[in-house]
Structure formats: structure tokens, C-alpha cells
Ligand binder design. Structure first.
Ligand SMILES: C[S@@+](CC[C@H](N)C(=O)[O-])C[C@H]1O[C@@H](n2cnc3c(N)ncnc32)[C@H](O)[C@@H]1O
Length: 301
């Protein structure tokens, strides 16, 4: 393929310097990594790819021999890949706690490694894929470049557009408040968490030809009988604890302290209404997160 970037990781790092960003945690081993809890990943991926795997068709999973899932976290995607492919699936992540969960909960062969300097020789895999990784990186194209180095065929990214999330709730103000909080979060977060359908730009910057983009909607619902987790989330809304977790990010954008205070107090009121409705089993909520599967070819020789 013309313009194919086949380079060492050192070249990639030099070509795409990692931006300093105070919102991302700096760890001694891997600079500027956003952290995730295993339980958060389990919950947010629950049911994902169970309803339809049509959007994964361009990955040609039935004919893959060696697949790498970069930023695998707890291995929720790796498990789906292993179910669909006769090949070997390896997960890779910077977070050793998540990797341990990937091994024990999802039976994933998992290795520690940075997406920008993958610990594999050139052309090791015939598919390198990530899910919700690029949205967390200051320079997504640098990662795609590195994926292309270790793939001898396909490179794919499954990324959400977090600006296009849709909420429907029986508590009328929930949708409006979540929209307000989401906008403030997007303003302050420091990486492009709306990347979704624009992931092709990162592929093109990395010199990869995009073969296909497909969409997949991950829909999560809450209805009676409520699971313990739904009750916990409702309590965290009513106390404002959930919003407070993101305080630093919310205030890093355009939201002022006073606006944050107003938002938090409306949020708590909304949480109390959610709990009231749960007591009579009237509460219903659904959330639709659009994901985009972008597939490129690393090499057409
Ligand atoms: C939103 S989670 C997605 C996890 C998993 N792919 C999924 O869909 O459930 C992002 C993951 O990327 C990992 N990560 C972030 N920066 C990374 C980097 N530079 N190299 C490798 N993994 C990274 C995080 O540790 C986390 O597990």
C-alpha cells in the first residue's frame, strides 16, 4: 500500500510526541494513562455484542490466525473475538490489575504493554484491534501507526461517539441533566472522546487505507426488578457522589464552580426522584451509545 508506515516504535514515538495532559495520570512505567476500574468496564460492556455481531464482519474473524486486542482492559472484547475466531487472541494493556481480571474472568492470554510501543516484532498478527482505546489517547494516530507495525493484514478500531449518547428516562429531568453534565465533561476531558465515526482520520494520518466503517449501538436499560448496581447508581445520583468523581474534569472545561454547584444540586434532586420511582417500580431508563467499527489494511503486498 502506498504510504504504508512500517517503522520501529522508536520512530513512531518521535513522529507523534505524546502531549502533556494534566487530566491523565502519569505512572512511572507509562506516562499519561487514564485509569479504569474493572467493575466499571464489566458494567459498561454488559450485553455488548450479544444482540448482533454484524458490525464485526469486516474483521473477518473466521479466518484470523493471530489477533491482538490493544487496551483490552478486563478482556470484554477479547472474549467476543475468541468466540468468533479459530485463531489465538492476545490482550494487551498498560494496567496490570485489569490484565489480571482479563485472565481470571475472561480467560484471556494477556500481556502488559503500551499501545504506543507494543512489545511485539513487526507483522506478528493478522488483526490488531482496539475497543474504546483511541478515545483515551492524546494522539490516536500514533497508536494506529504502531498497530500497523505489528499487523501484517488488518487493523481495526471500535470507538464510541460519546457526544451522541442518547438517554431516555421516566424521570424527565434526567435526560437534560445528563446532557448538561456530558457536555461539561466533553469540554474538560482533554482527549477526543467523540472520535467514533471520525476514527478514519487517525487511520489516514497513520498512512492506512480504510476499507470499511460500520456502526453498532450499545443499548443498556434499567427496569424492574432492579439489580443491586442500579440501586447503587441511583443512590450515588441522590448523594451527588457520581458527579463528584468527575469534578476535576468538569471544572477543567467551561463550567464554573458556581455552575458545577447548581448542576450538582439539580443532579441530587434528580437522584431522589429516581429513588422515589424505584420504590414504586416505575423507574425506567435506557442509554444508547453509538460505536463505530473502522477497519483498515496495514499491508496490501
Ligand atoms: C475504556 S477502557 C476499554 C477497555 C476494553 N477495550 C473494553 O472495551 O472494555 C480503555 C483501556 O485502555 C487502556 N489504556 C489506556 N492507555 C493505554 C496505552 N497507552 N496502552 C495500552 N493500554 C492503554 C486502559 O488501561 C483501559 O484498559
Amino acid at each position: 500500500m502506498p504510504g504504508r508506515k512500517k517503522c520501529s516504535s522508536a520512530t513512531v514515538a518521535k513522529a507523534h510526541p505524546v502531549r502533556t495532559d494534566p487530566l491523565l495520570l502519569e505512572t512511572p512505567q507509562y506516562p499519561f494513562v487514564r485509569e479504569f476500574a474493572a467493575e466499571y468496564l464489566r458494567r459498561t460492556r454488559e450485553g455488548m455484542w450479544d444482540d448482533s455481531r454484524d458490525a464485526l464482519a469486516p474483521l473477518a474473524l473466521e479466518s484470523r490466525e493471530r489477533i491482538l486486542d490493544v487496551g483490552c482492559g478486563t478482556g470484554e472484547l477479547s472474549r467476543v473475538l475468541a468466540a468468533e475466531s479459530p485463531g489465538t487472541v492476545i490482550g494487551c494493556d498498560v494496567d496490570s490489575t485489569l490484565l489480571e481480571t482479563a485472565r481470571t474472568r475472561n480467560g484471556v492470554s494477556a500481556v502488559a504493554g503500551n499501545a504506543l510501543e507494543l512489545p511485539f516484532p513487526d507483522d506478528t498478527f493478522d488483526l490488531v484491534v482496539c475497543q474504546a482505546l483511541l478515545i483515551n489517547l492524546p494522539d490516536p494516530a500514533a497508536a494506529v501507526s504502531e498497530f500497523a507495525r505489528v499487523s501484517n493484514d488488518l487493523v481495526a478500531a471500535i470507538e464510541p461517539d460519546n457526544a451522541a449518547v442518547e438517554i431516555a428516562s421516566s424521570v424527565d429531568r434526567e435526560e437534560r441533566l445528563e446532557q448538561r453534565a456530558r457536555q461539561a465533561y466533553l469540554d474538560g476531558v482533554g482527549t477526543d472522546v467523540t472520535l467514533g465515526s471520525d476514527a478514519n482520520e487517525a487511520f489516514e494520518s497513520a498512512g492506512l487505507e480504510v476499507c470499511e466503517t460500520r456502526s453498532y449501538d450499545h443499548v443498556r436499560t434499567i427496569s424492574p426488578p432492579y439489580e443491586e448496581h442500579a440501586l447503587t447508581v441511583a443512590r450515588r445520583k441522590a448523594t451527588g457522589a457520581g458527579l463528584a468523581d468527575d469534578r476535576e474534569t468538569l471544572l477543567a472545561g467551561e463550567l464554573t464552580e458556581a455552575e458545577y454547584g447548581d448542576l450538582r444540586s439539580s443532579w441530587r434532586e434528580m437522584g431522589r426522584r429516581v429513588i422515589d420511582q424505584m420504590q414504586t417500580e416505575a423507574y425506567r431508563r435506557s442509554e444508547r451509545v453509538p460505536f463505530y467499527v473502522t477497519v483498515g489494511r496495514a499491508d496490501d503486498r
